[in-house]
Design a protein around this ligand. Structure first.
Ligand SMILES: *Cc1c(COP(=O)(O)O)cnc(C)c1O
Length: 231
């Protein structure tokens, strides 16, 4: 298992990468938040993050997060960043503080309905498959306007912004195009609906610099903080 000093040194490296990327992009260092991705790591992972002053963690599976949240003493917000099946929406609403991976009209409406039953309001991001990658979830770019309209009219959802995952590709221009595409889409939708959509969740271990240059407000980082995941 990763030790706490190892985690702290990994964190320092990630922070330095973020600072340098912000400097190059002439952005304030505090304009980008680091979301540690704790999936496939035990309850120690959110605890290390929490003790280091990080305020939220990302998980991609409902059941795993449910268990970990119970086991861990971390005081963090829990964010869902993985595909949500409609039969897991109830558990997801009970477990997570924000859902970033809203990727279909059906799941969007179901989250809204169940939040209504629970008497709660859920912050969400709409996940867009900006790279049109057939292996990735997310709304198509052409669906985003109707998805946002539906989400803005939902009583129990609070739309914070947009999320994307770049296509798996060694060419950095492919990621750049996906991230710049999401930012442009956000700007267009925000203007069209007169809403802020402040959050742009994009960038991971391998492409965080490209995402920050394109305007990311939150990078989701697993491997660089916790090491390679063993499945
Ligand atoms: C696993 C995961 C990450 C973290 O990826 P790393 O390459 O390990 O930093 C980020 N976002 C999503 C949606 C993920 O599933």
């Amino acid at each position: 298992m990763l030790t706490f000093p190892e985690f702290q040194s990994n964190l320092a490296v990630v922070r330095a990468r973020m600072d340098e990327a912000c400097r190059c992009a002439k952005r304030d260092a505090d304009s980008v938040q680091l979301l540690p991705v704790t999936k496939n790591h035990g309850a120690f992972a959110p605890e290390f993050a929490s003790v280091s002053g990080l305020t939220a963690v990302g998980e991609n599976r409902v059941q795993e997060a449910q268990l970990k949240r119970k086991e861990s003493s971390a005081s963090v917000l829990w964010e869902l960043i993985g595909h949500l099946q409609s039969n897991k929406v109830k558990d997801a609403v009970a477990t997570f503080d924000r859902i970033q991976s809203v990727d279909s009209m059906k799941v969007l409406q179901r989250i809204d309905r169940i939040c209504g039953e629970f008497g709660k309001k859920m912050p969400v991001l709409l996940q867009c498959n900006t790279g049109e990658d057939p292996n990735k979830y997310g709304f198509k770019v052409a669906q985003m306007e109707s998805a946002l309209e539906l989400a803005l009219n939902a009583d129990h959802l609070e739309v914070d912004g947009l999320m994307t995952i770049a296509p798996l590709d060694n060419d950095p221009d492919v990621a750049k195009e996906a991230f710049e595409g999401l930012r442009q889409l956000r700007d267009d939708l925000a203007a069209k609906f007169s809403v802020a959509l402040p959050e742009l969740s994009m960038g991971m271990t391998g492409d965080l610099e490209i995402a920050i240059a394109a305007g990311s407000t939150q990078i989701r980082v697993g491997t660089a903080l916790y090491g390679v995941r063993v499945y």
